[in-house]
Design a protein around this ligand. Structure first.
Ligand SMILES: [Zn+2]
Length: 478
């Protein structure tokens, strides 16, 4: 993207340029089948198929041998401890500086001396999170991909900065006043707005931000710019699979303020021109996730690069983890939560089933699974409890109940069952519905439950519970 001179505090408005994502990559693997996500599931945690396993939640699970065992909770071995798994302040600051710096771009265009480095305040969306709309008529498979991209982005953002997703497609009525909204449209490049995209027709995505000037009170740079709305165009015929998921996320993250950085210096981010060579089923890389958390969870709007180090002060590169593991026939279910820099992220992983739950002919009537929950509060207290899932196969509806919830002191390893103190009133209850091999919450206590069935014949289940005051993974056996 081209930044307007006004954005640099020079007081001249120029046309705001588009940012183009190009693709020459023909090696996109297909994403394995999971139930199609609709806008109704946009608030759920991501569910990712990783070959023989299904992963629920953020990509934060520690290595199996990274933590010491702390306790045994029923069938679950419980592990607790810290792992150095973040990018660290130095690398994050280098990335944000590269994002905020326009290397030599002023030379010809703005008549600046060679090697001029211009530093601009970190660009971001306005104070409240946008709502994403897909264009009317978007096919379900592309709505699914847009929802998945939003789920991946939301898994990296603080609870109070989750992107919304309109249950209805965009219409003249609901998008007529575009502020606070992001419109995503899938269209051939020749159908994009005039003048956008390269004449070769090889562009696959573009983000078109709408900016607003915000007074700063600083006479040297009287205004800064923030993004208040935006449009995304993706030529879905020129990309597919994981790459297309990455393109959608890349363009959405542009509208959240991030620019391109040099692919040689920062290979593990999707925010490089032309798209990252490194594709991940989790869509976002670690650096992408930490940058989102920094901008929307830590830095004040308008922070200039010179202040990054001060404002990031105690930015940690280690996470506190709690992890549970339950053996099932032919594999292991593991689950837990990771807390780093104030963001507690839950996860659960297990072997993929062979069929959808409703196609498992060995099961009938009401089916139950029981196991354990383990999570972390924002204050680093471990919470543990019993987890029970029940599904009526006739209706594919059921309940997820978490009982005997107890907590242990901040940063302390959890002890044996019954050695903690009661967490809140000790239990949480949710209604759920089954979608293929996954389940999502339909009601109940505050919070969001997202899960999957594990094992060839659904011998296990697991998932995540996300609340303001608790992020927890859970798992159990039939
Ligand atoms: Zn781009």
């Amino acid at each position: 993207m081209k930044l307007p001179l006004a954005y640099l505090g020079l007081g001249v408005a120029l046309t705001l340029g588009a940012c183009i994502h190009r693709s020459d990559d023909a090696r996109s693997p297909e994403v394995p089948a999971l139930p199609l996500q609709t806008p109704l599931q946009a608030g759920q945690a991501p569910i990712v198929a990783l070959g023989n396993t299904i992963h629920v939640g953020a990509d934060v699970a520690p290595q199996a041998d990274a933590l010491p065992q702390a306790a045994l909770h029923g069938d679950a071995r419980v592990f607790h401890g810290s792992v150095q798994d973040g990018v660290g302040a130095a690398e994050l600051i280098a990335y944000l500086e590269a994002d905020s710096t326009l290397p030599q771009s002023g030379e010809e265009e703005y008549g600046m001396p060679p090697d001029t480095i211009i530093e601009a305040p970190l660009l971001r969306f306005r104070a409240d999170p946008p709502t994403v709309y897909v264009a009317d008529g978007t096919p379900p498979a592309l709505v699914d991909e847009t929802v998945r991209a939003v789920q991946a982005i939301n898994a990296a953002l603080p609870q109070d900065w989750q992107l919304g997703f309109s249950h209805d497609p965009a219409t003249a009525d609901n998008i007529g006043s575009p502020e606070g909204k992001i419109l995503v449209r899938f269209a051939l490049q020749i159908e994009w707005p005039r003048g956008i995209g390269s004449p070769t027709g090889k562009d696959v995505g573009v983000a078109l931000p709408t900016y607003r000037a915000v007074p700063t009170g600083d006479p040297e740079a009287p205004v800064r710019f923030e993004i208040v709305a935006g449009r995304v165009f993706v030529d879905h015929t020129q990309t597919k699979g994981l790459e297309r998921l990455g393109v959608i996320a890349h363009e959405l993250i542009h509208l959240l303020g991030r620019n391109h950085v040099d692919a040689a210096r920062f290979p593990e981010t999707i925010m490089v021109d032309g798209g990252s060579e490194e594709l991940t089923e989790h869509i976002l890389h670690l650096l992408d996730r930490e940058a989102l958390l920094t901008v929307y969870g830590r830095l004040e709007p308008g922070t200039v690069p010179g202040d990054f180090a001060t404002e990031l002060g105690g930015w940690a590169d280690t996470s506190l983890h709690v992890r549970g593991a339950i053996d099932i026939e032919d594999g292991e279910i593991s689950f837990g939560a990771a807390l780093r820099n104030g963001l507690s992220q839950p996860w659960a992983t297990g072997p993929s089933p062979d069929t959808a739950l409703e196609d498992n002919n060995a099961l009938s009537g009401s089916v139950s699974w029981s196991g354990r929950l383990l999570g972390l509060t924002p204050g680093a207290e471990t919470v543990g409890g019993a987890a029970a899932l029940s599904v009526d196969l006739a209706t594919l509806a059921g309940t997820a109940d978490f009982t005997a919830l107890e907590q242990w002191a901040a940063d302390a390893a959890p002890g044996a069952l019954g050695t903690g103190t009661m967490w809140h009133d000790g239990d949480l209850s949710y209604g759920i519905e089954v979608r293929g091999n996954t389940f999502v919450q339909t009601g109940g206590d505050a919070g969001t439950v997202t899960g999957a069935f594990f094992g060839p014949a659904h011998e296990g289940m697991g998932g995540v519970l996300e609340r303001d005051d608790l992020s927890a993974g859970f798992g159990g056996k039939r």
